[in-house]
Ligand binder design. Structure first.
Ligand SMILES: [Zn+2]
Ligand SMILES: [Zn+2]
Length: 268
């Protein structure tokens, strides 16, 4: 019953929300989908808001924060992020319910214990007010969340290399982006060091830093316009093939759907 569990409720520029916890309590990473949908997803795994110890927010882009106000103020779920991200949330017109009593401040690189979980935020390079990934430790396992990052910096690499499980960005296929409909300034923004991670960057990093304690990789934040699940999967897999890591036995590789919740993963 107390095994580590993970489920993606939604992943992508239309909204992000992940559950990480056990059978009775856990945390949410980001809350960029409607509150109703979050509740429905939780109920599907026999949980409700009272089982949620906190929401941890990676950054203040709308697809990550839309529902934090309601979760915090109406359902009393503490909202944890840096002071800068809280300032960004307060300024964001998309967040109609503002945070007051549910605001909680964390600092990067400072481990924070909540229930049975220890959460450490680490800096990533992106273009919001402030940007971070999270390592969630539970017993002897580490689950790392790294989404919305233009490249894998040194600190993010250190966290990712220690992961047993990770949600890791594979936002775009370079050819699809180059040949696609996006205006030039948006293409530049996405490719920038403060933009998003491509399938190739994702695969290259995994191949370069692979450790045999890494068991599950969940590819997240796939672009609707500039990526396809099978292209992301095959691109990343090809880098793992190159170092003779067999997807399906050495490592599980899954692309997270933009709108459909993933299955519930229960780890040994
Ligand atoms: Zn995003
Ligand atoms: Zn973002």
């Amino acid at each position: 019953m107390d095994k580590l569990r993970f489920q993606s409720f939604a992943s992508g520029s239309s909204g992000n929300c992940y559950y990480i916890g056990n059978a009775s309590q856990g945390i949410l990473i980001d809350a960029g989908i409607p509150v109703k949908m979050i509740r429905k997803c939780l109920r599907n795994i026999d949980l409700d808001f009272e089982n949620i110890l906190g929401v941890f927010v990676t950054h203040d882009h709308a697809d990550h924060i839309k529902s934090v106000g309601v979760l915090g103020e109406k359902f009393n779920i503490p909202v944890y992020t840096t002071e800068l991200v809280h300032q960004g949330i307060a300024r964001n017109y998309g967040v109609t319910e503002k945070l007051f009593q549910s605001k909680r401040f964390i600092e990067k690189n400072k481990a924070f214990t909540i229930g049975d979980f220890t959460v450490t935020a680490f800096p990533v390079s992106h273009d919001a007010t402030d940007n971070m990934g999270f390592t969630v430790e539970y017993k002897d396992k580490r689950f790392v969340f790294a989404t919305d990052l233009g490249y894998v910096g040194e600190e993010a690499a250190l966290h990712l290399e220690q992961a047993n499980y990770m949600v890791f960005e594979a936002n775009y296929d370079e050819q699809m982006l180059d040949n696609g409909m996006y205006p030039p300034h948006l293409k530049i923004r996405i490719k920038a060091d403060t933009g998003h991670l491509s399938n190739t960057q994702c695969g290259q990093f995994l191949a370069k830093s692979y450790k045999n304690h890494l068991k599950n990789v969940f590819l997240c934040h796939l672009s609707r316009e500039n990526n396809m699940p099978d292209i992301a999967f095959e691109t990343v897999k090809s880098f793992l093939d190159d170092i003779n890591i067999v997807v399906g036995s050495d490592i599980e590789l899954v692309t997270l759907n933009r709108y459909i919740p993933s299955e519930l993963y229960i780890f040994d």
